[in-house]
Write a protein that binds this ligand. Structure first.
Ligand code: ZN
Length: 519
């Protein structure tokens, strides 16, 4: 999460376990730096937080790269080699490869790591891979994520909401809404100190595991050079979360100079292991170009998807792109078939289920859509899926269920979230107008009394009926207000003065009786 962003509008609530941890804090020695620091989150908490978010973060980052299981095994093997010589060999470290071309890597507290397909394709040796992984291992081992939490950058609060927002951002096109903003855990940016620390101790791990420390220096140089090129993919990935700098290059060079040189680099071994990534690069490049063209040039996006499928028919993501393009072109039945193909090839990625649900909904297959949405939400809860589930529940005459889904979707600040918020008001307003309309007695200097009525909902309201009463004087009357825009307030005169009732303002009561959503 980027600390400069405003706090999320609503959270499902900070987990009780985190609150309990905050209550029992104390001082401890950092397992990597050996410095004494305030420690509010126990190791058990770290592990729990990381595990809870690992699967959902994998989903929102693009899902696992499943076409090359040997590559995933290799990354894990190199990672575990480094874990063994790290300061916390007993943390349950895990390493996965994410199916995304953006060069990136990330670490969650407790040792849950991931590296993108796009970064692996850029590396030149096993020692460079070791440099990337050891850097991430230090972030987890030195509790960089956990201590950020302690500084108030909430990492655990509302994990579901974080994922929802992340998903909305990545797949804003899913229901043809404009891209919504949102904070995601993966946009989390480590501090300059954290980065230097991760480099410094990471190089130590590399050498202990037998890797040439110069690879870390060269990798940093490559990063600095690429960051100068301002390539969009790089800026959104590695550089956003782990900002490179000349300072880091110099620090790494200084560190490497004090360490044994000419250790293992593993250039040939690495090239063999990423042979499939290199061979399939044109297919993924076609897909990535098609994804960019989708919004404005769906016919060209379709051609790119077909090119990618021809090169690598086993990649589910390519079929999903063809589905997206066909859907944009109005060929929804064909799109549904492509999403089914994507699910057959990779049923463990939420977006394929969500996309098919939206196609099925447009084809009038509510039952099919329902099942897909539930599967999608089981993999990664999204505002989009909850919103459509709300619509389906409403269509099936189940407003209570619809309200439940709309409420969950409305927690997202995206366009979908706003639509869900409006739908929620429309459904809930007749029963609970007081949740959305505030009525407050007011008096002017002359003692004329009125009711200030405020629309606290995100939709325009009309035909508002409010009651002004002075119980001590046995007075009660209904007043009408024609309309209020979202957030707007207006004062309705009660046509009386405090002196008429011989009371103070505290004895005047105001209440909303009813209202309608305009449109
Ligand atoms: Zn970093």
């Amino acid at each position: 999460m980027n600390p400069s962003r405003p706090p999320m509008r609503r959270l499902f609530g900070i987990s009780l376990s985190l609150l309990a941890a905050l209550a029992m804090g104390g001082c401890a020695t950092n397992p990597v730096t050996k410095k004494t620091e305030l420690t509010l989150v126990s190791e058990q908490q770290e592990i729990k937080l990381g595990s809870q978010q690992y699967l959902q973060n994998q989903q929102s980052a693009g899902g696992k790269f499943i076409l090359d299981p040997q590559l995933a095994a290799y990354v894990n093997e190199v990672g575990q080699k480094l874990v063994k010589v790290s300061d916390r060999p007993n943390l349950p470290f895990e390493f996965v490869v994410i199916n995304d071309s953006v060069p990136n890597a990330w670490a969650l507290p407790g040792g849950k790591l991931a590296v993108n397909r796009g970064l692996l394709a850029e590396l030149k040796s096993e020692a460079e891979l070791a440099a990337v992984l050891s850097h991430e291992i230090v972030h987890a081992a030195a509790r960089h994520g956990a201590s950020s939490m302690e500084r108030g950058i909430l990492l655990s609060a509302g994990a579901a909401v974080i994922s929802v927002l992340a998903a909305d951002k990545k797949h804003a096109d899913l229901i043809d809404f404009a891209a919504g903003g949102g904070a995601t855990l993966l946009n989390f940016r480590f501090s300059r100190e954290n980065e230097l620390e991760a480099d410094h101790y990471g190089i130590g791990y590399m050498v202990r595991a037998g890797y040439d420390p110069k690879a870390a220096v060269e990798l940093q140089e490559t990063f600095v050079r690429l960051s100068g090129s301002k390539s969009a993919g790089w800026l959104a990935g590695m550089f956003a979360t782990h900002p490179p700098s000349q300072e880091r290059v110099e620090a790494n060079r200084g560190m490497a100079a004090t360490l044994p040189a000419n250790l293992y680099r593993g250039e040939d071994a690495y090239r063999r292991k990423i042979a499939f990534l290199i061979q399939s690069k044109p297919a993924y490049a076609a897909h990535d170009e098609g994804r960019k063209l989708l919004e404005k040039e769906p016919a060209q996006a379709l051609a790119k998807a077909e090119q990618a499928i021809k090169l690598e028919p086993r990649e589910a993501m390519f079929h999903a792109l063809r589905g997206d393009a066909l859907k944009k072109l109005g060929r929804v039945a064909e799109a549904e078939q492509d999403y089914s193909d994507a699910i057959k090839l990779n049923g463990e990625y939420y977006a394929h289920h969500l996309n098919r649900a939206l196609a099925r909904q447009r084809l009038g297959n509510a039952a099919g859509a329902q099942g897909d949405l539930e599967r999608s939400n089981a993999l990664l809860p999204t505002a989009a899926a909850h919103y459509v589930l709300g619509n389906l529940a409403q269509g099936a005459g189940n407003p209570a269920k619809a309200i439940e889904h709309y409420r969950l979707a409305a927690a997202s600040e995206s366009e979908v979230g706003k639509r869900a918020g409006s739908a929620l008001v429309r459904l809930d307003l007749p029963r609970n107008p007081g949740n959305y309309i505030q009525v407050e007695p007011v008096a002017d200097a002359a003692g004329n009394i009125g009711l200030r009525v405020t629309n606290r909902s995100p939709v325009a309201l009309r035909n508002l009926r409010v009651v002004g009463a002075v119980p001590a004087a046995g007075f009660s009357r209904e007043y009408a207000l024609s309309g209020l825009k979202p957030g707007q307030a207006a004062v309705v005169s009660m046509g009386a003065r405090l002196a008429d009732f011989k009371v103070g303002l505290a004895q005047v009561r105001g209440q909303v009786r009813g209202a309608e959503a305009a449109e």
